[in-house]
Design a protein around this ligand. Sequence first.
Ligand SMILES: Cc1cc2nc3c(=O)[nH]c(=O)nc-3n(C[C@H](O)[C@H](O)[C@H](O)COP(=O)(O)OP(=O)(O)OC[C@H]3O[C@@H](n4cnc5c(N)ncnc54)[C@H](O)[C@@H]3O)c2cc1C
Length: 486
Amino acid sequence: MKDIILIGSGFSSLSAACYLAKAGHNVTVYEKNATVGGRARQYERDGFTFDMGPTWYWMPDVFERFFADFGKKSDDYYKLKKLSPAYQIYFGENDSIVIPSELSDITAVFEAVEKNSGKKLNDFIASAKENYEIAIGELVYKPGVSITELISIQTLKKIGLFFSTISKQVSSNFKDQRLIRILEFPVLFLGAKPSQTPAFYNFMNYADFGLGTWYPENGMYSVVRGIQTLAESLGVKFYLNSAVEEMHVENKKITSVTINGEKVYADIILSGADYHHTEKLIPQQYRNYTEKYWQSKTFAPSCLLFYVGFDKKIERVLHHTLFFDAEFESHAKAIYDTPQWPQNPLFYASFPSKTDKGCAPEGNEAAIFLIPLAPGLPDTDDIREKYFEMVLTRLENLTAQSLKASVLFVEYFGIRDFVSDYNSYKGNAYGLANTLMQTALLRPGIKSKKLDNLFFTGQLTVPGPGVPPALISGKIAAEMIEKNIL
Ligand SMILES: Cc1cc2nc3c(=O)[nH]c(=O)nc-3n(C[C@H](O)[C@H](O)[C@H](O)COP(=O)(O)OP(=O)(O)OC[C@H]3O[C@@H](n4cnc5c(N)ncnc54)[C@H](O)[C@@H]3O)c2cc1C
């Protein structure tokens, strides 16, 4: 049995904590914030409840696989509901497409927009399903240490898909720009432009149309609470308001860490805090990567979020509503190519009180708005207010209703909060993007190259951004620790 310190309590740490405790170790989680969950924290105000980070529960099979490793099911901790319809996308005034919950109905929606696209969609999703089975069934659970992990008869058959892109694949099959945008949307979760994301990643389209969009009762935070409950039942201890401030090295090992001014000793350290930040806690000569390395990487976007309480119900929107009524290319350019605030951003809105009465007082609506942004941009109150005004005006015009006078409150969360609350590199929201050159063994490694007992987990290492990958990352890190036990 080893004494293991886990830094941070995001999904990856929570997952790793469960596996390590099950393996018989003495696991203690130290979290800098006042609540667990990391980027998936919850915000409550005046009877409204908001998930601060993730709102889309995709890939339910990955959650079930996680719980099954402990002889449990998600249902032991939270109730899931499949959203029907799944979501809605606005392309302009009186121009929106609603995505139903079942593939057969989605096919009919496509066919109505573009002749013969229904059959093409079925073929596209069938290939996406094959990729999903290869990727999620097997590949993403690999530790990212050797190229051989990626080589199998199945992956060799798909090799061409690693050198083509989602954009090329989608636009060679579909002509209507709205359908193209819909099919390019799921890979945005991986943090890079569809034109930079390998076509193999169309498995995200199967996650979307094949497996559906789910909602855990009381929001994504019930998943955090559920896994924390599981971890505690396995003996994991949690300390909140406990930032790890420094790590002390002797003989190629971390012997202790400083927390709130006190030294705490352990055999093994696993950090689920952002990788770049974790490395700053150790002397420079023991770091895996230089500042230049991090600067050269494609980071997933940051974002500006608004958590808003409205004093009435909002019409003509669904639980998940995307506003793609602006030009995608110029917004993507402002995120990835020439980082700047976008002139006319695409944005996403979630209205959890459409599904869950507990999220807002009766007759009111809880709303979360998200604008993706380049990490590292200046983030001032004036800019935030300007974009809130812009988003509300667009929402009013597109959905033909007045809303500004119904705002009870707005709480902002943006780039500077990602830095101060999560020690995030340049305020990134979703970690390191999954481009071809940042996949598997080409991502920052789980095991320190220079210190024998330091390990990393989370969205900057393998497999990448998102809640399901975070659960998988925790499992991979725990397995790596077991293999390297000293
Ligand atoms: C706005 C937003 C929307 C998203 N939407 C979705 C979605 O709909 N679906 C989806 O699947 N994914 C979504 N994601 C991505 C997903 O939430 C993340 O990939 C995942 O939660 C990351 O988990 P993690 O464990 O890697 O990191 P984190 O959640 O960031 O956890 C790291 C933890 O370490 C703590 N920490 C940092 N420094 C220290 C220190 N020195 N000492 C102690 N603790 C420290 C931090 O406070 C934090 O709690 C979203 C993310 C954001 C931000």
